[in-house]
Design a protein around this ligand. Structure first.
Ligand SMILES: Nc1ncnc2c1ncn2[C@@H]1O[C@H](COP(=O)(O)OP(=O)(O)O)[C@@H](O)[C@H]1O
Ligand code: SF4
Ligand SMILES: [Mg+2]
Length: 348
């Protein structure tokens, strides 16, 4: 399905507006290669779009393939470790087929990423100010003095107190939250129009989490960029995202505008996830975790990947894999991969 090149009618395809999406990921696959060269598929045809000024949350349990999908889109998976298929078009340019030198020029400038663990993403031996300034110098060819001034400005913009002083500190001299702010400053240094934040607050305590999410939302608003927020935390996504995509075992199982998805989950897995979150389940006495655990990559069941855990399993589920298709209660914005999706009432 090509939404960007075959626009011969005035009608918008699926949930896309007429303009081409900023980032259009279609049928992304990732095969992880072992040392012996054996391939293990961990991402099984993931598709999503990200529009200007939009926040899309990619939600899934640990191991569902969120990070590796993001790394694939960022061109950060070495060819010796993984094989990537499908397409990821940024303003029409397929990132997945770009030569590495062209990708390097574009990374940071057009699409940038904030990682979960700022401490390991920063160089411990260099001052944070120098690291931000070098990012600017390497890409924009400005002099030391200007790069330094812009780095201090960026530190102020992500609310580091006394930025000119703190410029000279090393990563370990900052708290976890302040370090994540430094990572965000580096990610937005070149004004990318797509920012991918992979579990940006997971290592932080709850109050600091909220502050970092607020900062990300504020920067997104100010710069008009788009945000792909990767998280396992449904509560976090609820306050930030416009749309949500639910991932399981390397696939997207449901996608919808955030309120619609939380109010009326159509996929049994989404409903299970929501029922297990205190803040979202409503009645906190009635938390019901989904029984069982997600399958490992080598242990995927036939048919629907969720069927061994699904309370609504039907006769087709063990043999036929459901496709992600527009579904009730609100197509075409809602996409669901299930043979027997739940209806508006919550009953099948
Ligand atoms: N470098 C790697 N080598 C082998 N397997 C990997 C590698 N990176 C990720 N995987 C596997 O890919 C799957 C998805 O991992 P990941 O993308 O990190 O999940 P998530 O970010 O959703 O927690 C997991 O089963 C994981 O074991
Ligand atoms: S396809 Fe079947 S097993 Fe999979 S989620 Fe839907 S009802 Fe459950
Ligand atoms: Mg991850």
């Amino acid at each position: 399905m090509d939404h960007t090149t075959n626009h011969t009618t005035a009608k918008a395809p699926l949930n896309d507006p007429l303009d081409a999406p900023l980032l259009d990921v279609q049928d992304l696959t990732v095969d992880v290669l072992s040392r012996s060269g054996a391939a293990q598929r961990v991402v099984h045809g993931v598709s999503f779009t990200l529009h200007e000024e939009e926040t899309l949350a990619l939600i899934g349990e640990s191991g569902s393939g969120k990070s590796i999908s993001a790394m694939a889109v960022m061109g950060l998976l070495p060819a010796t470790t993984a094989r990537v298929g499908g397409s990821a078009r940024h303003r029409g340019t397929d990132l997945l087929t770009l030569p590495e030198d062209q990708f390097r020029a574009l990374r940071g400038r057009r699409i940038a990423m904030v990682f979960q663990d700022a401490l390991s993403a920063l160089n411990p031996t260099l001052t944070v100010g120098f690291q931000i300034a070098e990012t600017i110098r390497a890409h924009e060819g400005v002099g030391r003095r200007e790069a330094r001034a812009r780095a201090v400005e960026l530190m102020a913009r992500v609310r580091i107190p006394d930025p000119a002083l703190r410029y000279r500190d090393h990563p370990h001299q900052f708290s976890g939250g302040m370090r994540q702010r430094i990572m965000i400053a580096m990610a937005v240094a070149l004004s990318p129009d797509v920012l991918i934040a992979d579990e940006p607050t997971t290592a932080l305590d709850v109050t600091v989490q909220a502050q970092i999410m607020e900062l990300l939302a504020e920067l997104r608003e100010e710069t008009g960029s788009a945000l792909l927020l990767i998280t396992h935390d449904l509560g976090l996504a609820a306050g930030t995202a416009d749309r949500v995509a639910i991932m399981y075992a390397g696939r997207i199982l449901e996608q919808a505008p955030v309120q619609e998805l939380y109010d009326r989950p159509a996929h049994p897995y989404t409903r299970g996830l929501l029922a297990a979150v205190p803040r979202l389940a409503g009645d906190t006495d009635d938390l019901t975790p989904i029984p069982g655990t997600p399958p490992g990559p080598g242990l995927l069941p036939a048919g629907c990947a969720f069927h061994p855990r699904c309370p609504d399993v039907g006769e087709r589920c063990a043999t036929q894999e459901p496709m992600l298709l527009p579904a009730l209660p609100d197509p075409p914005a809602r996409l669901v991969a299930c043979h027997y999706p739940l209806e508006v009432s919550g009953a099948r």
